[in-house]
Design a protein around this ligand. Structure first.
Ligand code: MG
Length: 169
């Protein structure tokens, strides 16, 4: 089922170049809110900055795809030096299509990185790429719709655990 996460990471810094190499992934599509930073935040943690440097050094292509507005995403994307797609309509595919063209990679080399089952995990599944699912960076979501969707996420995570899934720390 395309809602059950295939891979779960404690946080974005838990994703390693070794994992990507083992899975043939050379390009990552990154969510912003509760993925690269807290929801609505412009703060870039040192550990995330280092993670981005590690990914770049490993030759991994990166781009941002967010459902949030240009106003919210642009300053953060500029801070981390990445191209971005705002108002991406995840779980639908337009944003991911733009990202793929930008990254210039085959779909089989891409993965989506994000913290929401009904947005990031589902978008990856509908588009036909893996999702590297993250536990949300903080327990806080500003958007009421996001808070509502959160209520249904534990069911899909429990399926991951029942299938023998383990979190990459
Ligand atoms: Mg998010």
């Amino acid at each position: 089922m395309i809602l059950t996460p295939e891979y779960v990471f404690r946080r974005i810094e838990s994703i390693t170049p070794e994992f990507l190499a083992q899975h043939g992934i050379t390009a990552l599509v990154l969510d912003v809110d509760n993925t690269l930073t807290a929801d609505g935040s412009q703060v870039l943690d040192d550990s995330v900055r280092q993670w981005l440097d590690t990914m770049r050094a490993a030759g991994v292509s990166l781009t941002i795809v967010s459902n949030n507005t240009d106003k919210r995403v642009r300053p953060f994307a500029q801070r981390v030096g990445l191209a971005y797609v705002p108002l991406a309509c995840k779980p639908f595919s337009p944003g991911l299509r733009v990202a793929r063209r930008r990254l210039g990679v085959a779909k089989s080399r891409m993965a989506m990185v994000g913290d929401q089952i009904f947005t990031d995990r589902l978008a990856a599944g509908l588009y036909g790429i893996p999702c590297l699912f993250l536990l949300p960076r903080t327990p806080h979501d500003k958007n009421r719709v996001v808070r509502f969707k959160r209520k249904f996420e534990p069911y899909w995570l429990s399926k991951f655990y029942r299938n023998g899934g383990k979190i990459y720390e």
